[in-house]
Design a protein around this ligand. Structure first.
Ligand code: NDP
Length: 332
């Protein structure tokens, strides 16, 4: 068996010194435990925060300890009356090929409803983040302009489409021409803009000539500074993430937007998807219904091989992913 530990706290972008692969004994389940074989591991931006010392919104990972995150796996041995060999489960588990788990830690997944990987994406944490952040805080109305950054990622891609379903005009911001083309041609975003283009600012101004009613914030930094210039009166800003600063030693100064917020009586509200934990079933049910009705698309970028997990994680900061970034460890 094998697991991935945090070898050292990264300064800046994680590198080969950050992670350590360790061979371990094959674990055996005790009473009320199951043995889980990892099938998919989720790599998520918040995990970078957990590699820092001190509390972010989740407890920091400990040095020389196995890294944990969202996992979908298969029960290969069961000493629990609630699980059978062959069951598919998901939960916050170890970055390990195999692990024993207490029965209360994981939920069963019904593999006949949707591809099992979607439990880590559109029908899991990122889906709930997009749905509740946009619907509860953003509250987009028909004809309003919704801007979303990180627009071709797991959360952003769903945010833009949900805003379209609500009848809004959607402007997406992402980091490559391929992503821009995808957002406009495949997801029917009204406009998509590459923030790496030299004329990003003027393109954004053109796209937001009627102002911005909702800005779904995924990236922070200079992109946000630019979007804030176009806020309308009573704009709403769900603050979901700020990935542009996650590898910085010091967090960004700011917000640099007080006068803009005051002038526009705008609402800027940070949130955690866990705030909505008791409403997850409602959100996931709605997302699944939209998928079934052909109104919502999702993408997954799947990196093959447990040994490629660190590289996959780094992809989040390089923008290698379209939609949800996952590692495939094994077939069921
Ligand atoms: P994504 O799938 O969006 O992957 C991250 C993307 O961020 C990359 O693909 C890349 O796309 C973009 N990116 C990386 N570096 C930069 C940069 N310096 N400037 C601008 N864009 C950058 O990840 P998720 O959908 O999982 O997460 C999106 C955001 O939502 C993150 O900030 C995350 O922390 C946050 N989040 C918050 C939650 C909450 O509870 N509040 C829950 C889940 C996520 P590109 O090619 O466009 O640069």
């Amino acid at each position: 068996n094998e697991e991935i530990q945090l070898a050292s706290r990264p300064e800046g972008l994680p590198d080969e010194h950050t992670f350590r692969f360790v061979s371990t004994e094959m674990p055996a389940p005790k009473e009320n435990e199951i043995l889980v074989k990892s099938l998919y591991l989720s790599v998520d931006p918040y995990m970078r925060g957990r590699m820092r010392e001190g509390k972010s919104y989740a407890a920091p990972y400990s040095i020389d300890q196995v890294i944990t995150g969202g996992v979908v796996g298969e029960v290969v041995e069961s000493k629990s009356s609630n699980f059978q060999k062959g069951d598919i489960v998901t939960g916050m588990l170890n970055w390990a090929r195999y692990q024993t788990v207490q029965e209360g830690i994981v939920q069963k997944v019904n593999p006949s409803l949707a591809p099992i990987s979607t439990n880590l994406g559109v029908l899991g944490m990122p889906g709930a983040t997009a749905y509740f952040g946009l619907m509860d805080i953003g509250q987009p109305k028909e004809g309003e302009t919704v801007v979303v950054s990180g627009a071709a990622g797991a959360v952003g891609m769903l945010v833009g489409q949900i805003a379209k379903i609500q009848g809004a005009r959607v402007v997406g911001i992402a980091g490559s021409q391929e992503k821009i083309d995808y957002l406009v041609n495949e997801l029917n975003f009204d406009v998509a803009i590459n923030y790496k283009d030299a004329d990003f600012k003027s393109k954004l101004a053109d796209a937001c000539s009627n102002g911005v009613d909702v800005y779904f914030e995924n990236v922070g930094g200079e992109i946000s500074d630019e979007v804030f210039k176009h806020l309308n009166t009573h704009a709403r800003i769900p603050v979901c993430g700020a990935i542009s600063s996650y590898n910085n030693k010091e967090l960004d100064l700011g917000p640099r937007v007080q006068t803009i917020l005051i002038k526009n009586r705008a609402l800027m509200k940070g949130f955690l998807v866990s705030d909505y934990a008791n409403r997850f079933p409602e959100g996931i049910k709605q997302l699944a219904a939209w998928i079934m009705a052909g109104k919502l698309k999702y993408e997954e970028t799947i990196i093959d091989g447990f040994e490629n997990t660190p590289e996959a994680f780094l992809g989040l900061f390089k923008g290698t992913n379209l939609g949800k970034l996952l590692v495939k460890v094994a077939d069921p």
